[in-house]
Write a protein that binds this ligand. Structure first.
Ligand code: HEM
Length: 492
């Protein structure tokens, strides 16, 4: 009857009101945090638009703005050269969060380590990037590029586009294996998907997911999760790959017996330097340290360069007018040779400007995290107390520094234009004491690979498949990077 219905209705309304009030009361201390978490999920869609969202926000906040990762972690997103300069001049360590997630994979190598350990290793490893050592790498870089370009013959003249990031990753892996580890792999030609490259891709995604998923910040929860299981499996693939490279070299060293004989035979490569390095107390590196450095250089030495080169080739495909100028310059520099030599690197200034412009628009390392051990005061008197992200992608597209920042214009890198800008406006390789140790290696490889590619193929944009850019450990594209190619006429 009616009175019974009324009583039930009253009971339902009052009990749900009390429960709601109780819920609000209990969650009130954390509701702003939940709000931030939900809003982050709302803003960052992981669909290739997130970096541009951040760049749009940066337009409203000229120097920096705070970003919440989960309810507890806040970092200051910095995107102005004047602030960047202050941070990069310090020796403030990498932050504990982002770099902790990568450590179970690449260990406490040069990228992650800090303090005395970092200082000692950086000093021991710097000779591995000396001019004389780099000079010897141009030939293996050319050879690896040529193997990739030969594989591309099946795509030339088909008018169908193909995904190039994976090809380029295999090429840069082949090249770092040859150059730094004197290891001849057939990773480019063995067919199928290379297990190491697949594991690096999986790890990049899982580490990014872990960073974005606040419960996964706990080691225990991540360990017990299916993603944690996949992470361990991928780590074991990368570790067995590096172990094998070290094992083979140690065996070779045993056969060669003495250091003098090795030196007489060939230039010391990076792995020799690691195995033979001694500090002033005649202390070498431990096995664990060697493995961490090999993992670090194997990853840093191929994935960043693969991202850089893939976006360079894509940028040139989108800008045929610049591509044509590069090709003319390359043809003249190489004088009919189908290989690149050390002396040729300085003969292609226009191509070098295009490479830099692509690194500006598509920086392979889109952001770098730091933690501050003491408050930092910027030039304008403002002080920063906590962790921060140097948003390289945002610095490179900051409209206060770059006119029409989204336009591809290599002439920005003419010496007279560069000298008018802050050196911290363009930091693809970072700057200061923790800058990229492999910067010259990488620039050489980018020049060799771009020149040989443009000599052999014309690159054509596929407007139906534009890359959706996403920040992983390096800059990637959600849907790959697709271009078409056509063989260059011999008399062009
Ligand atoms: C286009 C290619 C490359 C780019 C854009 C790049 C960029 C960077 C950046 C931005 C950093 C600083 C990271 C941070 O502060 O968190 C860095 C560090 C580093 N890079 Fe590169 N890199 C490239 C290629 C390479 C290559 C080829 C190697 C090795 C052969 C390498 C080895 C390293 C190492 C070991 C560090 C850590 C240095 C230290 O902290 O002392 N990189 N790189």
């Amino acid at each position: 009857d009616d009175s019974r219905l009324n009583r039930m209705w009253l009971w339902w309304v009052s009990s749900s009101t009390i429960l709601w009030a109780l819920f609000r009361h209990l969650t009130s201390p954390i509701s702003p945090m939940l709000g931030r978490w939900v809003s982050m999920k709302f803003w960052f869609k992981q669909d290739g638009t997130d970096l541009d969202t951040l760049v749009k926000w940066a337009e409203h906040y000229p120097y920096a703005f705070p970003l919440w990762f989960g309810p507890f972690v806040c970092i200051l997103n910095i995107h102005h050269p004047d602030y960047v300069k202050t941070i990069l001049a310090t020796a403030e360590p990498k932050d504990d969060l982002a770099y902790r997630f990568i450590e179970s994979w690449i260990g406490d190598g040069l990228l992650v380590s800090k303090g005395q350990k970092w200082f000692r290793h950086r000093r021991l490893l710097t000779p591995g990037f000396h001019y004389d050592v780099l000079k010897a790498y141009i030939k293996p870089m050319s050879d690896s590029t040529k193997t990739m370009l030969d594989k591309w013959e099946s795509y030339a003249n088909t008018d169908k586009s193909f995904e190039l990031f994976e090809h380029v990753s295999l090429m840069t892996l082949d090249s770092i294996l040859k150059c730094a580890f004197s290891h001849n792999s057939n990773c480019q030609t063995e067919g199928g998907t290379n297990a190491y490259i697949k594991a690096v891709y999986e790890l990049s995604n899982l580490i990014n997911l872990r960073f974005r998923t606040f419960p996964y910040h706990s080691d225990l929860i991540f360990y017990l999760s299916p993603h944690g299981y996949r992470h361990r499996k991928a780590c074991s693939v990368t570790h067995s790959h590096t172990r094998e490279v070290i094992r083979k070299r140690k065996e070779a060293l045993k056969e060669e017996k003495e250091l003098d004989r090795i030196q007489a035979k060939r230039n010391l490569d990076f792995l020799d330097i690691l195995l033979l390095a001694r500090d002033e107390n005649q202390q070498g590196l431990s096995d664990e340290d060697i493995r961490a450095e090999v993992d670090t250089f194997m990853f840093e030495g191929h994935d960043t360069t693969a991202s850089g080169l893939s976006f360079i080739l894509y940028s040139l495909a989108c800008h045929p007018e610049h591509q044509k100028m590069c090709r003319e310059e390359i043809m003249q520099a190489l004088e009919g040779k189908d290989t690149m030599e050390w002396e040729d690197l300085s003969k292609i200034p226009y191509t070098t400007m295009c490479i830099k412009e692509s690194l500006r628009l598509y920086p392979p390392v889109p952001g770098m995290n730091r933690k501050t051990t003491k408050p930092i005061t910027f030039f304008d008197g403002r002080t920063l107390p906590a962790g921060l992200l140097l948003f390289v992608y945002g610095i490179h597209r900051n409209a206060a520094v770059w006119e029409n920042p989204d336009v591809f214009d290599p002439l920005r890198f003419l010496p007279e234009n560069t000298s008018r800008r802050s050196p911290h406006a363009f930091v693809p390789f970072s700057a200061g004491p923790r800058n990229c140790i492999g910067q010259n290696f990488a620039m050489n490889e980018l020049k060799v690979a771009t020149a040989l590619t443009l000599k052999k193929y014309e690159l054509i944009e596929d407007p139906t498949c534009k890359p959706k850019i996403i920040p992983r450990l390096v800059l990637r594209s959600l849907n790959g990077i697709h271009i078409k190619i056509r063989s260059v006429e011999p008399n062009m």
